[in-house]
Design a protein around this ligand. Structure first.
Ligand code: GLA
Length: 385
């Protein structure tokens, strides 16, 4: 029988490609960010949760680095010290290069990957791959790294080697997530708190693929740095953009370049919204969480300008059909809209949203329901698959 779980697929792919059994394995989930967008590299809070779709990485010894993905089944050789080539193996190369610097990876190895996290859907397929690979490859070198250390490895790989100047939200939630909980991660203080989230969430893919490395993301990061500098010149001395007090916004309006002011306003108000959403979630006040999501989406659309018209339509449609709230999740410019709605309304809302989208955009969106899932774990048991 053909395996259907990502672990089964990765293990049989490994055996088929390398004529041996893998020695180690790990898996990590994709994520949805409930709220707190573009705050993680501005010292603010984020409130993501892991989804029950995982990326599995299995590995075994080898004299050079080779990898195969279930996506195409092609065995690729790669050199961890080489410059990124725009291929999926760049993430593996980045991870291994960082691990080499910590003497936590062998000189060579064989890797097989299978994933159920959609790529380019804003659900952090890259962090799932990098964190799972960091765990599997360090195990291959017989090193036991903490979750915190694995987050750092995966983050450095993506940030320094692949070149996306991301914050640490994705790697952190992918490594630390707890089932049926969202994670309130205060990036400025580096603290994490699990907040109960036992409600299923509806995900609607725009079908517009975003590519982080394309530059929009790094441009926003540069604008945020410039906005902080402008605040300081304007007499507001804050450690980070998210620490600029809300009460200073009025005075800064007019003193800052209008684009930089809009980026600032998004980060400051999103910071407040995220903390408010964590409180409302803990109190199971879903209508309030929903209102905060809608405000967050409007802010991404108008102030941070990282939405897209397809996502705006989906959010408006969700609202029209009685959802508590909805917003585009992840870096933006495409990807997935999350919808928070009473469970008994999910079927009716998704039917109505699909009909709207077909009429307005001309295609049916992929939709699915998720519950908050658990993070990184070791995988074994391929001899039984
Ligand atoms: C991407 C990045 C994260 C975060 C989000 C936007 O997912 O990897 O660090 O900045 O975008 O909130």
């Amino acid at each position: 029988m053909r395996p259907t779980s990502p672990l089964g697929i990765a293990s049989s792919l490994f055996q088929g490609s390398f004529a041996s059994q893998p020695l180690v394995g790990a898996s990590a989930p994709g994520r949805v960010n409930l709220i707190g967008e573009h705050t993680d590299y501005n010292g603010g809070p984020v409130l993501p949760f892991a989804i029950p779709r995982r990326t599995v990485v299995v590995a075994g010894p080898g004299d050079r680095w080779q990898a195969v993905s279930a996506l195409d089944g092609v065995v690729t050789e790669f050199e961890p010290s080489a410059a990124p080539e725009g291929r999926w193996t760049d993430y593996l190369a980045g991870v291994i290069r960082v691990l080499h610097g910590m003497r936590a990876a062998p000189p060579g190895g064989r890797i097989a990957v299978a994933s159920r996290v959609p790529v380019g859907a804003g659900l952090s397929s890259s962090a799932a791959l990098a964190v799972a690979a960091a765990k599997a490859v360090s195990q291959l070198a017989r090193r036991r790294l903490s979750r915190e250390a694995l987050v750092e490895v995966a983050w450095h790989a993506e940030h320094d080697v692949v070149g996306v100047q991301c914050g640490r939200m994705d790697q952190t939630v992918v490594a630390h997530a707890l089932a049926r909980h969202a994670l309130l991660y205060e990036t400025g203080e580096d603290t994490r708190r699990h907040v109960p989230l036992d409600l299923p969430v509806l995900l609607v893919e725009t079908g517009v693929s975003h590519r982080l490395a394309d530059g929009g993301y790094n441009r926003r990061r540069a604008e945020c740095t410039a906005a902080l500098e402008a605040c300081r010149q304007g007499g507001v001395d804050a450690v980070s953009l998210s620490a600029v007090p809300e009460s200073a916004l009025d005075a800064l309006d007019g003193r800052l370049d209008p684009v930089l002011f809009r980026r600032l306003r998004h980060v400051v108000l999103e910071t407040a919204r995220t903390r408010a959403a964590a409180l409302a979630l803990a109190a199971r006040d879903y209508p309030r969480v929903g209102r905060l999501l809608l405000e967050g989406h409007a802010s991404i659309r108008d102030d941070f300008e990282s939405s897209c018209s397809e996502a705006d339509r989906l959010v408006a449609s969700a609202q029209r059909h009685g959802a508590w709230g909805a917003r585009l999740t992840g870096a933006g410019w495409g990807g997935t809209v999350l919808v928070l709605a009473p469970v008994e309304r999910h079927a009716a809302i998704s039917r109505a949203m699909a009909a709207d989208y077909r009429r307005e955009v001309g295609r049916a969106p992929a939709m699915w329901t998720v519950r908050a899932a658990s993070g990184l774990r070791s995988e074994r048991g391929w001899s039984h698959v």
